[in-house]
Design a binder for this molecule. Structure first.
Ligand code: NAD
Ligand code: UD1
Length: 344
């Protein structure tokens, strides 16, 4: 792969792993990130892990005053395509501030699309989410499953997916893929990059990791009365490095297409684990106690969801291969070596 790729949100959790994967394949990268939920040290660590051609421009894709700069930078970079990870992702915040979520997530995407048009580069991989499925489908959930997101965050993802399909329909030079991630966890095996959440983590793995490192006393398990094997919620956790490889595979796929396309593709392992199974695995990996108590169900949670991962295998020749043990060991290495994230 010798390519020039724009990576929006490249300083973030998933984006930093995507950057390492692409640089290690010889790509040149232009990262656009306003560092609203990330740290500039992430870019230094990416360069340390995969020395190569990477440049950060610190701009807000949703701010109209930054648009001209972004369009010029993208045009001057002469990209072959883009991976679009930038956006807001906190479900609770999206319920409280829906207008902000629509403005930023949809606005940022439109700016990127316009910048790519101006640069004559019409390949785009978008970070969507399994959250677009809601809770109406039988498992494993395939891409033809019904979409019914339960909150504004999920609806921004679905609306962006639809927007990209309309754009590809109108102009057959566009090739787009909506990657529907299941539950990304873990960190680069070096322990140098990983998830660095601000404040109290909403998601299970960062919370468990902070309990293991004694930053928090106890984990609340949201519900033990679901119709699952042990009563707790079941999810398809996927190692963030497998996920990053999935992005490179999606770009390779788009590269080979001779006509326009607009696809939805799940990135998951196809296997679900319960909250109690995840806690037990993390305990083994960290050799630390993880005190927890059972709390009421969290609003908006589904009982069980895991991916049908066949389409990614068929189209991209990609599948996730890291185990839950590897996810926990790598997540723990990052957390224990960087107890305060990049500020450590
Ligand atoms: P993250 O917050 O770590 O990364 C997002 C990056 O985008 C951050 O570096 C942030 O500073 C940047 N950003 C946000 N708004 C921006 C703007 N207006 N202009 C420029 N940069 C901006 O999140 P992540 O976990 O790495 O997620 C990346 C993408 O994947 C997001 O779109 C998220 O919705 C999606 N996703 C994440 C998960 C997950 O569990 N982490 C699951 C499904 C989908
Ligand atoms: C959540 C979001 C989803 C988003 C995804 C990635 C909700 C309802 N869903 O997915 O939209 O795409 O994060 O950002 O917020 N759990 C606990 N205790 C905790 C945290 C979680 O028991 O402190 C449980 C949950 O009930 C769930 C499982 O752990 O059963 C995984 O939760 P989480 O990591 O938040 O992911 P999702 O709920 O799948």
């Amino acid at each position: 792969m010798t390519k020039r790729i724009v990576v929006t949100g490249g300083a973030g959790y998933i984006g930093s792993h995507v950057c390492v994967e692409l640089l290690s394949r010889g790509a040149a990268l232009l990262v656009i990130d306003n560092l609203a939920n990330s740290h500039p040290e992430a870019i230094n660590r990416i360069s340390e892990l995969a020395p190569g051609d990477i440049r950060l421009i610190e701009r807000d894709l949703a701010n109209p005053a930054h648009k001209d700069d972004i369009v010029s930078a993208v045009r001057e970079f002469h990209p072959d395509g883009a991976i679009h990870l930038a956006g807001l992702k906190a479900v609770g915040e999206s319920v409280a501030e829906p207008a902000m979520y629509y403005r930023i997530n949809l606005g940022a995407t439109l700016t990127l699309v316009e910048a790519l048009e101006a640069a004559n580069a019409r390949s785009l991989v978008f970070s969507s989410s399994a959250t677009v499925y809601g809770d109406e489908n039988a498992n494993p959930v395939s891409e033809t499953g019904r979409t019914a997101p339960a909150n504004p965050y999920g609806r921004t993802k679905l609306f962006i997916e639809e927007m990209l399909k309309d754009i590809a329909r109108a102009d057959s030079r566009w090739r787009t893929v909506n990657l529907r991630y299941f539950n990304p966890v873990g960190a680069h095996p070096s322990g140098r990059i990983g998830e660095d959440p601000n404040g109290i983590p909403n998601n299970l793995f960062p919370f468990i990791a902070q309990v293991a490192v004694c930053k928090r006393k106890t984990l609340s398990v949201f519900g033990d009365d679901y119709p699952t094997r042990d009563g707790t919620g079941v999810r398809d956790y996927i190692h963030v490095c497998d996920l990053a490889r999935g992005h490179a595979a999606a770009l390779d796929y788009l590269d080979k297409q001779t006509t326009g396309c607009a696809l939805d593709v799940n990135l998951g392992t196809g296997t679900g684990y319960s909250v109690l199974e995840a806690i037990a695995a993390f305990k083994r990996a960290s050799n630390r106690d993880i005190p927890f108590s059972i709390a009421p169900r969290r609003e908006g949670d589904v009982a069980e969801i895991y991916a049908d991962a066949d389409r990614a295998k068929k189209l991209f020749d990609w599948r996730a291969d890291k185990s839950l043990e590897a996810m926990c060991a790598d997540h723990w290495r990052w957390q224990s070596q960087n107890p305060d994230g990049y500020k450590s």
